[in-house]
Structures are given as C-alpha cells and as structure tokens.
Design a protein around this ligand. Structure first.
Ligand code: BGC
Length: 744
C-alpha cells in the first residue's frame, strides 16, 4: 500500500483534539471539526473573522443551484444540466473586538490554542488566550430540533480591563468556491432576521437569531443581518454570550415570500423560548442514545477506536433518515467537492449501516430512488433504452455528472438500486415495501439492462458493452464482470419476486409481461461471466488480462492524486485499479463463491489496486480477513477508519469522505466480525486482530439488539429479545438473551 498517514490530531477514544493552531492545516481541520444534523452542516471554521485560508462552508441538504453543462459539440444523451449543493448563510458569523482591537487568528498572537470535537456529546469547543482574555467557544447543531444551531462564547479576564464587543450575524455573502460565485438574492433583512433566495432554483432560506445578552443595536448590511453586543470586564471577571440561530429552508415555491416569512417568524419565536442549555441537554441525550445503540468498542487500539467512532459520528451527522427526501452526499455537508451529490455509494456502501441500525433510514434511502423513478424513466429514453436508468450523481433525480464517461458508462449504479432492494428485503423481510415499491424498481431496472445489453455474434453470450465498472480506471470496456454478475442476479430476483407476487398479491403486480420475464431469464442464463477454472480468476472485463502491467507500489507519493498528476488517458491504458471491482462482487455475493476463488482473485487484484477511491481500503480489509491475510486486513482497516483523520488521500481539506465512513463501519462488522448478509439468516465468522485485546459491536437484527463481543478466544452473541437463528462459524444457533459463546 503506497499511501501514508499524516499524524496531526490528538488520539483519544471519544475526542478529536488539536493542540496549537496550525494555519497550514486549517482547511483540513475545518473539515474534521465539521458539525451537521442531516438537515444542515457547518465546517469547523472559526466563529470570528479569520483572514487566513479558509472555506466558510455552511450547507443545507437539498438546497442547490443548477448550471448548464456545455460541450464542444452536441451529443444526444449526455447530461446537460448539473445541480450542486451551494454554500449558504454563515449562521455563526461573528466579529470580536477587545478595546477596539479585532481578534483574527491570522494576525493576532494567541496562546494555549486548543480545539476539540467531543463525539460523545456532538459539540466542538475551542479555547485560547489573547490580550489578557481567556476565550472558550462552544457550538453544536441540534440533533433534536433540526433548524436550531447554537454558539456560546465565554470570556474571562486575566488582566484585561475594558470592553469586549461582539458583532453577531447571519451572513449570506460567502462565495461558493467551486463556482467562485455567491448564489443568494436577499429578500428580507431586519433585526437579526434575514431571508434569501437562490438565483435559479428559487429555494428560500430563513435565518434568525437571539442572544442571551441585550443587543446594543441591530444593523443590516448587504446580505447580512447583524446585532452588536457589549461586555465590560474587570480583571478576574467572566461573561458568556449565547446565541441560538434558527435556519429554515423552503422548497415549495408556491408559498409567497410574506407567508413564508410570517410562518418562519412564528416557528422561530416558539423555538427561541427554549434555552441554550435545554437544547444542549436534548442534543447530548440524542447522542447518548445513539452511542448506546450502536457504539463499537475496541480494546487496546485507541487509534482505530477513535477512527471508527469518527466514522459513526459523521454518518449520523450526515443522515439518519429523518427526512425521506434527503440522501447521503459523498462528502456529506462538510465541503463543496462532489457538490452534495448522491452516488451509488448510498445503496452499496451506506445501506448496510442503516439496515442494521436504523431500518427506517435504510428504507428511506431506497424510497429516494423510488420517488425519483420518473427522472430515471425519462433518462432511459434519452439513452435509447427502456425501463429506468438511474443517474451516476444526483440531487434531484436527474443526472448531474458533467464527465460523460462516468455519467453515461457507469451503468452499474442502476444495478446497485436493484441490489439494494434485494439486500434490504433479504434482511429486513419487508414484503410490504417489496410489493408496493421494490418490485416496480426491479422491473424497471431489469427492463433497462435487457435493452442496454446485446448478444455476441461470436458465441451468443449476452453482455453489457461500452461500460465503466466500479473501477473507474477502465473506460468504455465490454462485459465488466461485476456489472454483468449484478445484473444476472437481479434479472433472476425480479423473476422470483414477480412469480411470488402472482400468488401473494396479484393486485399489486407492476406492469410486466410473461414475454419480458422470459427475456430476462434468457439474458440471465446467457450472461457472460469470464472465469478461468484453472486459475480461478474472473477477468475484470474483456481484454483486461492483456493490459500492460504497472507496479502500484512503485508510484511515488508526489504523483498523487492521480487525476491531478497523470495525463487523463494514461490512466486507462494499464492494469492499475482505482478501487475493488471483482473483489467487490465476491464480497456482495459472498455465499456464491468459494474461499479458493476469493483467495485467487484477492491476491491478483489487490496487487493491482491503488485505492484512489476512499471506498477501497475497507473492502480489501474485509476480504483480507476472510482469506486469512491478517496483517493486510489490519493495515487496510486503519487506513479506512482514519482516512480523514490522517489525511491518507491528501484531500480531506475538500471535505470528509462520508460514504467511506460507512465502509469503515462495515470493516469492523463484516470484516473482523465476519458478518455476511447475503443469505436468509445472518452469518458470522469472527476473528480478533492480534493488535486488539477485544472488541464489541451492536446491530439491530429483526428489531432486537444483537451484541457481539469478541475476546479471549471467544465470540459471544446476545440478542435482547426472543431468540433468532444465526449461523456462527458454519453452525446454526438460536441466539437469545442467554447468549451463545463460540470458540474462535
Ligand atoms: C469513486 C466512486 C464513488 C465516488 C463517490 C469516486 O472516487 O470512484 O465509486 O462513487 O468517488 O464516493
């Protein structure tokens, strides 16, 4: 593995700490200290003015703008419009003056700087001394009242005498960096309340705030609503400034501005009757409940412990299924890169985390696709195909990808949606969902692939031509094995579901003819899956084995990131992989493949993989564990859980890798825990990395909490309710309250 960790933050099982401010790492820290609650997110930039390098990013999930995608020449079927989540109002805008001198960490000498993210409580704090004053900042974005965000600044005089002036505001002027533009049009601005609308999508955001101190004055600047507060301190005295900010988004354009503002004022006034401390107490108890239900504890490895909790923490901050119209952005609400888009990551990498912790959120993730089915049907027509062709990247269900190679060729994303239906129903047995929504998704995705593929005139194989698999370093290839296998399985599953529904609920059957079902069956049976019985290798795609070899370990770290330092087309002419492809297939459909096949393919493809996608290391760790490559499994797990904390891919400054955080969770549960969820009941083959004394994780299984504890040569399974069958190390047990302990 050619990637190296940068060790910068303090290691602690529950906290991320920074001692001493390092301006060079300021953007990375802004990503790391981000807060969010699914609805809104704020990077960890400083409250007060900071004139150094900074991305003052505040984002609302689902608040976006769009722009045309232009090409040199018009080609039918390429996406022509891109939606992107935009930088919104800086609700925490603050200026601080001590006897007239402005605090700005790029210019002022401060001492004892310390910053901390407390993952147990969901708060970020920061302390330092300046000008004879000790400052303590605290912020949180409420998990229980999603429109509320809160800020507290405590000042204590250590020799300072005089006035501390605080200007607090809500500021719609920040630039959206990726577009180098501000997208907000102000429509209202008065006494600590500002409303603005996006330029083309016409979405509105209302923002108002109240503080515990009496304002000296309110004032409005363009796109900024402010209030000024004054604190007089004598030596030894202290004071606290607390502010609640209410931020409300509105997508319904039919409501007039006046009605929207009046409704928001009413709501905000109600929300302002609750105190900072009360919001904080509820917020902390939300997090206590989360950790109680799904914490992972690792004994004897604080770095991984911290890393895994950071991943769980950020998954919850990004999405917990409260609002079914939202989804998980690849970088969540922590930066502009990837534009708040939803990828196939949601159905493949994130779904298991939610399926086994928060089934409603899992269902909502798939419902998001069902609710955008019309856009996928329209897109299929544009592509000269039938059925539903889902987008590679999206916010509103349409394709936003401006790089056509990905947007048009990564058709595996449509297969991922069918896969998600199958995976969800297999585990959660939610037949209502399957009959009401899932079946339609299966039919439309099968219809798409049946029309997208073709038969080889050479041998009659059915295949998918001109595609890009999950490994994005090979473009316009034929018969990507991962995609072909996914589609084969989904054709067969669709047929099974329709046959089942013919008996169970014929009135709910989606429109599909017997001829179509026969066509799906033929194409499943004839699907090309290139496999060599002698070597046990699956060929990633037609001709992959002929590609010139490159030693991925010889690539120097200064040629990373690859897309920046390699000529674009040079990536596609060698056998280097960006991320797992065949190996991913072996994981997703674990029971379909033998250990021998897994070993052969892992050894072959792992040696060729550069892990340029953050989705890569955890899958390698999971598979390395299964085939007994313990050292590699451990190294990859560390890479996966600390990808952002240690900035392995040198791009944490752009935002956190949220969807790979879900993969890092899988790394423990599916990796070392050895769980597999592709059968009728859950199976486990737990192992204990030699670097750990023990570990424990919890999942929700059939509405009960299953606790798995692994230490001292034993794996103990306990279910907090009526016993359920679970296969452990190849044998089926009824696991209930008394627990089952198995030697490992
Ligand atoms: C990966 C894709 C992934 C995307 C978002 C890319 O680098 O290659 O597979 O969907 O990141 O995580």
């Amino acid at each position: 593995m050619a990637k190296e960790a940068i060790k910068y933050y303090g290691v602690d099982p529950w906290k991320i700490t920074e001692t001493g401010f390092n301006p060079e790492r300021s953007r990375v820290s802004e990503s790391i200290f981000s807060l969010g609650n699914e609805y809104m997110g704020t990077r960890g930039f400083f409250d007060e003015v900071y004139s150094g390098d900074s991305l003052k990013g505040n984002y609302f999930n689902g608040v976006w703008e769009d722009k045309p995608i232009t090409y040199f020449e018009h080609f039918k079927g390429l996406s022509e419009r891109c939606c992107f989540m935009i930088n919104a109002n800086n609700w925490i805008y603050t200026r601080i003056f001590a006897n007239g001198e402005e605090l700005d960490l790029a210019k002022c000498e401060v001492e004892n700087f310390y910053r901390e993210l407390d993952m147990k409580k969901g708060i970020v704090t920061r302390t330092f001394d300046w000008n004879g004053i000790s400052f303590a900042f605290e912020r949180f974005i409420s998990m229980t009242e999603r429109t509320v965000a809160a800020q507290k600044i405590t000042v204590k005089s250590n020799g300072f005498e005089g006035e501390i002036k605080i200007v607090a505001g809500s500021d719609f002027t920040p630039i959206h960096e990726e577009e180098n533009r501000n997208f907000w049009v102000e429509i209202h601005n008065s006494d600590a309340c500002i409303v603005a609308r996006t330029q083309s999508s016409g979405q509105r955001v209302y923002s108002a705030f109240r503080a515990n101190l009496e304002a000296e004055k309110f004032f409005a600047e363009e796109k900024k609503s402010c209030a000024e507060y004054s604190i007089n301190l004598k030596n030894g005295e202290s004071a606290a400034f607390e502010r609640l900010s209410v931020n409300i988004t509105e997508k319904d354009k039919t409501v007039s501005d006046d009605t929207f503002i009046a409704n928001c004022n009413k709501k905000a006034n109600e929300l302002f009757t609750v105190s900072y401390d009360e919001y904080l107490a509820k917020h902390e108890s939300f997090w206590a409940d989360v950790w109680n239900k799904l914490d992972i504890t690792i004994d004897g490895d604080e770095e991984n412990q911290q890393g895994v909790r950071f991943c769980i923490f950020n998954l919850h901050q990004t999405y917990h299924g409260e609002d079914g119209s939202l989804n998980v952005g690849a970088k969540g609400l922590t930066g502009e890169k990837y534009s708040g888009w939803t990828f196939w990551d949601s159905e493949t990498y994130c779904l298991p985390f939610y399926m086994f912790n928060n089934p409603q959120a899992a269902k909502n993730l798939i419902m998001y696709r069902y609710n955008t089915l019309q856009q996928a049907l329209d897109r299929a027509v544009e592509q000269d195909t039938k059925g539903a062709c889902f987008p590679m990247v999206t916010i509103d269900g349409t394709e936003s990808c401006g790089v056509w190679q990905h947007g048009n060729l990564e058709i595996h994303v449509t297969a991922a949606i069918a896969y998600a239906v199958w995976h969800y129903v297999t585990n959660l047995k939610d037949k209502d969902f399957l009959y009401d929504y899932g079946a339609r998704l299966l039919v439309e995705t099968s219809r798409y692939f049946a029309s997208r593929g073709g038969f080889s005139p050479k041998n009659g194989d059915f295949g998918l031509y001109g595609v890009m698999g999950p490994d994005e370093f090979h473009m316009m290839v034929n018969n990507n094995t991962y995609t072909n296998y996914m589609v084969k399985k989904m054709f067969l599953y669709t047929i099974d579901v329709i046959e089942e529904m013919k008996k169970a609920c014929p009135e709910k059957l989606p429109e599909v003819t017997d001829e179509e079902l026969a066509d799906f069956k033929l194409k499943a049976d004839k699907m090309r899956i290139s496999y060599d019985e002698e070597t046990k290798l699956f060929e990633q795609h037609d001709g992959y084995f002929d590609l010139p070899h490159i030693d991925v370990n010889s690539i120097s770290p200064d040629r990373v990131p690859i897309y920046k330092y390699w000529a674009y087309d040079s990536i596609f002419r060698v056998n280097m992989l960006k991320q797992p492809d065949v190996v991913l297939m072996l994981f997703f459909f674990s029971k379909d493949f033998t250990l021998e096949q897994k070993k052969a393919n892992y050894d072959y493809y792992e040696a060729r993989c550069f892990h340029e996608s953050s989705l890569s290391p955890s899958i390698h760790s999971i598979m390395a564990t299964e085939i007994g490559k313990d050292e590699q499994a451990y190294e990859y797990a560390k890479y996966a859980s600390r990808i952002d904390l240690d900035d392995y891919n040198r791009n944490t400054h752009q935002g956190l890798h949220i969807t790979s955080a879900a993969a890092a969770w899988m790394n423990i549960v599916y990796g070392f825990g050895g769980m597999r969820s592709d059968d009728d009941i859950l199976t486990f083959n737990p192992t204990l990395p030699k670097q750990w004394k023990g570990y424990q994780f919890k999942i929700l299984y059939r509405e009960k909490i299953l606790t798995v504890d692994i230490r001292n040569g034993k794996a103990t399974f306990t279910l907090d309710g009526e016993a359920e069958p679970i296969r452990i190390c190849g044998k089926e047990y009824m696991v209930g309250k008394d627990g089952v302990a198995v030697e490992i």
